[in-house]
Write a protein that binds this ligand. Sequence first.
Ligand code: SOE
Length: 382
Amino acid sequence: MAAKKTLNIGLVGYGFMGRTHSNAFLQAPRFFDLPFRPALTAVCARNSDRVKGFAENWGYASVESDWRALVDRKDIDLIDIASPNDTHAEIAIAAAKAGKMVLCEKPLGRTANEARSMVDAVEAAGVSNMVWYNYRRVPAVTMLKNLLQEDRFGRIFHYRSQFLQDWTISQDLPQGGEGLWRLDASVAGSGVTGDLLAHNIDMALWLNGPIVEVSAMTETFIKERKHSLTGEVTPVRIDDASAFLCRFANGSMALFEATRYARGHKALFTLEINGERASAAWDLHDLHRLEFFDHRDEGQLRGWKSIHVTDSDHPYMKNWWVPGLQIGYEHTFIHQFADFLLGVGANKPAAPTFRDGLATEYVTDAVLRSAKTRQWEAVAAS
Ligand code: SOE
């Protein structure tokens, strides 16, 4: 058997997402038959001591403390961006110009403008690219996509989706700095709209098609917080909660909500879709189940089915253990990376591409705009 070509990865960032991506790079070739052999060639972060520890733990062969040096390296084929949102555009554009493949953690940019410049760069350079919207690759969610493509639902009337958390309720939580940059608008771009609703929107665009217009409201419950880098108390400029109504191009209407103030909820990501012939519901806390109702079932036996999506004919599952044994959160990244490499091998883009990521940003931009104007806002066509 011919040896597989090595694909040298350079990772930027070593936080939560640096770990999920590194795990995917290591596990994907063990469970999927991939056209490349991924190599953890370098990891880059500003803190040299900590980046060395990270490299040792995950098996990266070398370290860099300046992302420009990483992008310049001739031995790197792919740059993976897992650093905070304010770094995404500059690194992605430089990596594309250097001819590298580019993977980027969500959201693509802090604004649609930033995201558009990233799309332009990867498309001009003709390099493979993908945004880490990992939840598409939960087997139950992929299965729902397949059921929709088989037209089991008929006309779609409703879509609703929430992402509820509670980790920023304390007034004492500072904004800014490591772990807390999601509260600093200059780094994150927005609050829950870009961080959480972006997941709901990416999944909805994939499952139910384009969104045409939105009517939104946002709230910042805690108005001032100490900045952990400067020690100063400054206004909070992110949205703590965000909700919107919208219309899809297919005529369905929808409700979306995300918050970090739903006491008791840590990561309750849910969706429900109602069609003429069928409905389905999914919940991240029970991620291996798809709830499905088919109106065409025989009358007296008609009812909601709770499908345990762990059988070998369910998406991705034949690559894992034996039927009935479930998998979890980290596997969504493994699936996404496996699909990316299969795409590169077949010369096909793996979704969501940067252009798909831009479509989500057009919606999040419209949501933030509508919350300000208190008007319905049209979503730019991507
Ligand atoms: C925020 O708490 C967060 O970590 C998001 O940034 C992730 O994208 C989401 O998957 C889980 O929650």
